[in-house]
Design a protein. Structure first.
Length: 160
């Protein structure tokens, strides 16, 4: 996975008008979240107005989180339901990467993550979905769990 230079970020900002995030992600070998972060493209996230209207409605927030998770070039088809997700994450959801408690009503603090990234042929199934805190998902980017564990160990070893 590459780090983006300032020049690449400017190129992406221009290209994002005509290209979808998935193709840009593959072209620059970075995650979609990295592109969103650098371009401030939150168009695929819950809008502020929507969030204000439904900020106390966990189910509606999860519907949009699932739609965002299941997005591909052909649009958004929910491959599993809110109930399926709630069964998987339980009554007291925790980040799959950090163990932090997740408040489902605070939609900006967590994301649904592909365990096997889409850039590495992961699918949009419930089996490939995990709930993670935003910071951990940004750090994981498009790494597999094993790659992410190795990266974390390298960081800890370097800083020790």
């Amino acid at each position: 996975m590459n780090k983006l230079t300032k020049k690449q970020i400017e190129e992406i900002k221009e290209k994002i008008k005509n290209q979808n995030l998935t193709s840009l992600s593959k072209e620059y070998d970075v995650s979609i979240n990295t592109i969103k972060y650098h371009t401030k493209d939150n168009s695929k996230s819950i809008s502020k107005g929507y969030y204000e209207k439904y900020k106390n409605n966990e189910r509606m927030i999860l519907v949009y989180k699932i739609r965002d998770f299941c997005k591909n070039e052909s649009g958004s088809k929910m491959n599993f339901s809110v109930d399926d997700l709630l069964v998987k994450i339980g009554n007291n959801p925790k980040c799959s990467l950090t163990g932090r408690i997740i408040n489902l009503k605070d939609s900006s603090s967590y994301q649904l993550d592909h365990i096997i990234p889409k850039t590495k042929n992961g699918d949009n199934s419930i089996d490939n979905c995990q709930i993670v805190c935003k910071e951990a998902n940004i750090a994981k980017s498009n790494l597999t769990i094993e790659e992410f564990k190795k990266l974390c160990k390298d960081v800890v070893n370097c800083l020790s």
